[in-house]
Design a protein around this ligand. Structure first.
Ligand SMILES: [Cu+2]
Length: 618
């Protein structure tokens, strides 16, 4: 492991600041370096003049070739099993941080008493889970590569077996508490840092449970926005709809909030300040799916209002990550270079070129670009590379008002999600189909052109008839949307955020990240128009705003208004800013005051300072 990283660092040694130790710069020195210098020296020697010369700054051999379609994904993605957190009277989840018994020094859970009535959680008031961030020594990305070290969140299956990066099934109206233990080794060598802050992207989660980047912790260290280290941290996910203050819980609104604000496909990942790309690349990421009465996760649901989308084994999340491997097949990542490391292998749920055997019926696939920096445009193709149609139902975890029928592509910036329904009953048994990425990309700056046939990343084999008739469906309307009114738009102040290059790093409004001070203070209940601008002709920034979704009002390219694509006309939490593009979007800021962030979700840009703190204040 170590030798390969050191080899790699030779390539980028010119990026190192004077006085640092090129072969073993500690994570702490990198962190303090960012703080003290604004990192301007770090990149100063790298004078970049054009996209081409920038791309040449780091030259790596390609990852070793792999034989495709050797490993199968499981036919079903099971939900993680709960852990009873009430068995030890000293460790019962509570509103205040339990620092006496090794919890890190987090802020107290907001509205705890509203939800639970007592300082401590009582029996059956919430679904409770335990995750342990751990080293896993023998992960196999591909049988042609050796088993190797990754970091995973370890939950458990129903039978008690460990479940790496488990998928959560949550339900609106039912709170969830996740107790996250940090058991990563504090003497870790290689990319990644053993302090963590887990973000659940993009649930309506109070600030103290949002995985704020400065809230990182380990047993010995804590970020600048926590009051102390600890062995674990409790994250409280109320699972209410956004708009709680305007749409209070009551007999006619059992969940609380505005049900038009429901989300579905979410994911959790590490969000440690300066180390999100390296820690997520190390493997700290998983799915959190949430259901409600409409999107109920039951295709047999007798409730006439239920959508009855494909469910159970036929509701299948797929996470894509770009990774690079050295000549020995060991993953590498440069967490020092502002160029990061461009992944030329694409993993699907942690596997390179896997196979998924499917039944001849409809499936809901939840596609997630889990980063760190590659963009995708996926097509479903047959053996002859002819594109196949599907239905696009949800973007960024928000069901669209109406499904988009007869679609042929899913474009995903980092952290974007696209849910599609594929009907395999159109095909004969034995048919083989592929998911292929046709977006050309050669560095971490952003994508280029679309080119067929593209790279096949996942193979489907239709290998069986369904065990029972397929009763799932895609109704002609999905979830109603609350668009801002003309009066709301006219009354909303406009705030401008400029995403640009600065000293070979990445800045927002000419500043590097500072988790200690907010760049905006927004009154709770406020509405604003945010204009996101990318003045560069060279880079793409998938911008993510935590906590609240927005509505894209307008898009511009080179100052000229261009149409908003159909899949972006629902609510969003990632806004893909291509070169010389800008976006105007409408936001509401509700329910849970505190500190949040906006950042480029190209995690390499994010870690090299393209992030800003903003607060909701009362
Ligand atoms: Cu970016």
């Amino acid at each position: 492991m170590k030798h390969s990283e050191d080899d790699f660092k030779q390539d980028t040694i010119h990026d190192m600041p004077e006085g640092s130790t090129p072969d073993a710069p500690s994570n702490e020195s990198r962190r303090s370096f960012f703080k003290t210098t604004g990192a301007t020296i770090l990149a100063a020697p790298l004078v970049l003049t054009s996209r081409k010369s920038e791309a040449q700054a780091i030259i790596l051999p390609p990852s070793p070739p792999t034989t495709p379609w050797l490993e199968e994904l499981p036919e079903t993605v099971e939900p993680v099993a709960q852990t009873d957190l009430l068995t030890d009277s000293y460790l019962i989840p509570q509103g205040e941080a339990n620092t006496l018994y090794d919890e890190c020094g987090r802020d107290k859970h907001q509205r705890w008493a509203d939800f639970f009535g007592n300082p401590q959680l009582q029996y059956d008031q919430a679904d409770t889970y335990e995750l342990r961030a751990e080293e896993v020594m023998d992960h196999v990305f591909h049988p042609d590569y050796p088993p190797q070290l990754v970091w995973n969140y370890i939950g458990k299956f129903e039978n008690g077996d460990p479940y790496p990066n488990p998928t959560f099934h949550a339900r609106y109206g039912r709170p969830v508490i996740v107790r996250l233990y940090n058991e990563l080794p504090d003497n870790h060598v290689g990319f990644g840092t053993p302090e963590i802050s887990m973000h659940l992207h993009n649930l309506h989660t109070p600030s103290e449970s949002d995985g704020f980047p400065g809230d990182y912790f380990s047993q010995t260290k804590s970020g600048p926005t926590l009051s102390g280290p600890g062995k674990y941290k409790d994250q409280f996910y109320p699972n209410v709809y956004a708009g709680l203050d305007d749409f209070p819980k009551g007999p006619n609104n059992p969940v609380g909030g505005d049900k038009r604000e429901a989300l579905g496909t979410l994911w959790y990942h590490d969000h440690c300040l300066d180390f999100t790309a390296s820690n997520a690349s190390r493997g700290l990421a998983g799915f959190y799916l949430i259901y409600d009465a409409l999107d109920s996760g039951d295709e047999h649901d007798p409730n006439p209002a239920a959508l009855r989308l494909p469910s159970g084994p036929y509701d299948y999340p797929l996470a894509f990550q770009d990774k690079r491997f050295d000549a020995n097949g060991i993953q590498i990542f440069d967490q020092l270079s502002p160029e990061g490391t461009f992944g030329d292998k694409i993993t699907v749920n942690g596997k390179i070129e896997p196979v998924l055997k499917v039944a001849r019926r409809k499936y809901r696939f939840r596609l997630l670009n889990a980063g760190p920096s590659r963009f995708y445009q996926f097509h479903l193709v047959n053996e002859a590379n002819q594109v196949q149609s599907f239905i696009y139902i949800s973007n960024d975890g928000n069901l669209l008002p109406k499904p988009l029928l007869n679609q042929f592509k899913v474009h995903l910036g980092v952290a974007e999600r696209g849910d599609i329904v594929v009907d395999f009953s159109k095909y004969a048994l034995g048919t083989e189909l592929y998911l292929a990425n046709r977006l050309i990309q050669t560095d971490t700056r952003g994508p280029g052109n679309v080119r067929a046939p593209g790279m096949r990343v996942l193979k489907f084999i239709i290998d069986r008839e369904p065990s029972e008739p397929d009763v799932s469906r895609v109704p002609s309307t999905l979830r109603p949307i609350r668009r801002p009114t003309l009066a709301e738009i006219a009354a909303a102040p406009v705030r401008t955020w400029i995403f640009s290059r600065k000293n070979s790093m990445w800045s927002i409004n000419d500043k590097f990240v500072d988790v200690n001070s907010p760049a905006a203070r927004i009154a709770a209940g406020g509405m604003e128009i945010w204009e996101l601008q990318n003045p560069s002709g060279g880079w793409s920034h998938p911008v993510h705003i935590h906590f609240e979704e927005g509505h894209i009002l307008k898009r511009f390219k080179n100052g000229v208004e261009v149409p908003v694509p159909a899949h972006e006309k629902g609510r969003k939490d990632v806004y893909v800013l291509g070169p010389s593009e800008s976006i105007r979007l409408f936001m509401r800021f509700r329910d849970f005051p505190g500190k949040y962030v906006m950042h480029c979700h190209n995690m390499i840009h994010e870690d090299h300072a393209m992030m800003v703190r903003w607060d909701i204040v009362v």
